[in-house]
Design a protein around this ligand. Structure first.
Ligand code: VTB
Ligand code: MG
Ligand code: MG
Length: 327
């Protein structure tokens, strides 16, 4: 009965598959509002659907990375308890619709994402910005670092991959705050994939450069998204560092309330997501790794990646949902 997984972790192995349903449901709900220019509506239906499905899971869960504080987020707020309560005590990081603008414009790579981990294993990050660097698996340790310059990171990845810097592609969020970064990366000769939103996807894309064309992720995005991306990389393999952008006394104080004492700390991937972690992402719009939701007369199709850090199993689930009354 007790296999090596259930002995080494409080996370039930069955959850690894159950978790897929949670992001599938959120993705289908959001996909119905793709391309309608209404971010809020798409986000809201994804939140509703994810919450409903999450409350069916046999877990005693607490949202630690969610839609915001209780006052401003009616559902899936930080601190909200979810699940049926008869099951493992777990912490949950989620983003029912990562890339709301992408979804509203029906552009590539919006996702429904969730990570479930043993209690206390996810960084309780405030909703501030985080500077990030990430690469996929197969590189020697410390190939990239936040303390290194972007030029050094590009050159180091190129060297380790055995190619020239101009043969490397770096994914960066298209934001005015990245003007200097973009200029410096271009000066190395590397190509840049500028994305409008969706850095969880951008970071996951570094794990399969042959498929996505992306080798390295650099720049400043959301801290909640950073923890979610770290959870994903823990499962697939890769390297990542993150530094919270606590650039005002108010942010430093907010972070301190969440237990963060060193505002300049560089978090390694293993510090943002420790222990055993389950991760699931379902494509909402078509993307480089995951197909978006497809609607047909008699079925809805979804494409999901589910994974677990302790076993490093990565599964892709292409589902045909034929009982449409459920959606
Ligand atoms: C990024 C991006 C997200 O927030 O994390 C971004 O990947 C950071 O905030 O999809 P700004 O938009 O203010 O730059 C999102 O765009 C939305 O969660
Ligand atoms: Mg969200
Ligand atoms: Mg988001």
């Amino acid at each position: 009965m007790a296999d090596k997984h259930s002995q080494s972790s409080s996370l039930d192995r069955i959850l690894t598959l159950e978790i897929a349903r949670v992001t599938e449901r959120a993705a289908v709900a959001a996909a119905r509002l793709r391309g309608r220019g209404d971010e809020k509506a798409a986000d809201q239906v994804a939140v509703d659907a994810m919450r409903q499905e999450l409350n069916r899971l046999p877990i005693d869960g607490t949202v630690v990375i969610g839609e915001g504080e209780r006052d401003e987020a009616p559902m899936l707020y930080i601190g909200e308890e979810v699940g049926t309560k008869d099951g493992a005590a777990v912490d949950i990081a989620l983003d029912p619709l990562e890339g709301t603008t992408i979804c509203a414009k029906n552009l590539p790579n919006s996702l429904a994402v969730i990570a479930i981990a043993e209690k206390g294993s996810l960084l309780y990050a405030p909703d501030v910005y985080m500077e990030k660097v990430a690469i996929g698996p197969g590189y020697p340790p410390n190939t990239v670092a936040l303390d290194a310059t972007p030029t050094d990171n590009v050159n180091s990845v190129a060297r380790a991959k055995g190619v020239e810097p101009h043969e490397i592609t770096v994914c960066i969020l298209d934001r005015p705050r990245h003007a200097k970064l973009i200029e410096e990366v271009r000066a190395t000769g590397a190509a840049i994939r500028l994305i409008g939103d969706g850095d969880v996807a951008g970071i996951i894309h570094t794990t399969d450069p042959d498929e996505t064309g992306i080798d390295l992720y650099l720049g400043i995005g959301g801290a909640p998204e950073g923890v979610l991306a770290a959870a994903a990389l823990r499962c697939i393999g890769g390297q990542m560092e993150g530094r919270l952008q606590l650039n005002t006394p108010e942010k430093v104080a907010r972070a301190a309330k969440m237990g963060i004492t060193d505002p300049n700390k560089i978090y390694r991937m293993e510090e943002m997501a420790k222990g055993d972690v389950l991760f699931s992402a379902t494509g909402v719009t078509d993307g480089n790794l995951l197909a978006g939701v497809k609607f047909a007369r008699d079925a809805i199709s979804t494409h999901t990646i589910v994974m677990r850090s302790s076993s490093k199993t990565v599964r892709e689930i292409k589902a045909r949902h034929q009982d449409l009354t459920k959606f």
